[in-house]
Design a protein around this ligand. Structure first.
Ligand SMILES: Nc1ncnc2[nH]cnc12
Ligand SMILES: [Zn+2]
Length: 340
């Protein structure tokens, strides 16, 4: 089997995907026209030109501006359907997607509109692709904890459809401890917890995510590698890291994929997974993230198989669904032993 096909077709889960970060310039323009919203770009090429970042904040400024075109439930459905179609083409059989309600509610879009649209997209993915999907509500960490609590309360009636809460946006200066109370409330409500930590922030933020937010999974986590004790702890606890290589490259977390630490993470026994983060902004969906590291000489096909397995092991699927996904992966690997 051709290497490209192996990477694309191996069954995999995507665990770190911001649905607002899958808004392609073409859809951004179509929605701007449909909703008569003005955007600070004159053409699709103009938008792509603007996607040059030296740090997380450069990206976030553009990402929040782009989200202004999302107004109706139909917009959120179209956004989600477009992502699930791309993900299915990349071999994604299960996705756990982030959404940022405050980005929308602060512009006057009701929480319920966001949920109705996303859930229509999820239903379409299940029906047309047989994909399972879980939703993770992210709090914006540059806002205060009261705003997070207001969002949490708006979400309460949807808890049957929301699997967990997360923490994203500007990391440095906004440590996980700022959200201790709202994460405790999420735990009491039976929700899973994840947080971006160690993307730009120091290892101390990773400790806070573990010890104060009691996260079930760590988003990014790259800077954990600066602390040998932390590495041992993450390995011992089989803590899943949702690593995003093309994001790391575009946001200058690494200067070159040949220096990406994925191989070190695997060597140290960390349960790393590969994900696309904000694929419309970072130049590739999930299979492209695997391919870029293979092309950079960082991964063998065996490593690709390990990462795909980790993606299911690190998911929030129940035991029965997990077994089903792992059986499908094993059947694929058995059919493609020559590629390993
Ligand atoms: N990579 C990232 N880090 C923090 N916040 C984000 N929001 C969307 N993508 C993000
Ligand atoms: Zn992210």
């Amino acid at each position: 089997m051709h290497r490209q096909d192996f990477i694309t077709e191996i069954p995999k889960a995507e665990l770190h995907l911001h649905i607002e970060g899958s808004l392609e310039p073409e859809l951004m323009f179509a929605l701007a026209r449909r909703n008569r919203v003005s955007i600070p770009f004159s053409s699709i090429e103009d938008v792509r030109q603007a996607y040059q970042f030296t740090k997380l904040q450069d990206f976030l400024d553009i990402y929040y501006a782009g989200a202004d075109v999302l107004l109706t439930a139909e917009d959120f459905r179209d956004l989600a359907v477009a992502y699930f179609d791309r993900a299915a083409a990349d071999g994604v059989t299960h996705a756990e997607i982030f959404f940022d309600p405050q980005t929308h509610t602060l512009r006057g879009v009701p929480f319920d509109v966001v949920m109705e649209g996303l859930l229509a997209g999820v239903e379409d993915a299940r029906r047309r692709h047989g994909m399972s999907v879980l939703l993770i509500l992210c709090f914006l960490r540059h806002l205060d904890e009261d705003s997070a609590f207001a969002t949490f309360r708006s979400a309460e009636k949807w808890f049957g459809q929301i699997s967990g809460v997360g923490l994203d946006s500007s990391e440095v200066g906004h440590p996980p401890s700022k959200f201790a109370k709202v994460f405790a409330a999420a735990a009491d409500a039976g929700l899973k917890r994840v947080a971006h930590a160690g993307e730009e922030g120091p290892p101390a933020y990773v400790y806070e995510a573990l010890d104060i937010l009691r996260v079930d999974r760590l988003d990014h986590g790259n800077r954990s590698l600066e602390d040998p004790f932390l590495i041992s702890r993450l390995a011992r606890d089989a803590m899943t890291l949702t690593v995003c290589p093309l994001s790391n490259l575009k946001l200058c977390v690494v200067e070159d994929l040949r220096n990406h630490p994925i191989d070190i993470m695997l060597e140290k026994g960390l349960r790393a997974t590969l994900n696309s983060d904000d694929p419309a902004y970072f130049g590739g969906y999930v299979a492209e993230n695997y391919r870029a590291l293979v092309d950079a000489g960082k991964l063998s096909n065996r490593d690709v198989a390990t990462l795909a397995r980790n993606s299911f092991l690190g998911s929030f699927l129940n035991d029965e669904a997990l077994t089903h996904q792992l059986e499908r992966l094993d059947a694929f690997l058995l059919r493609h032993t020559a590629a390993l």
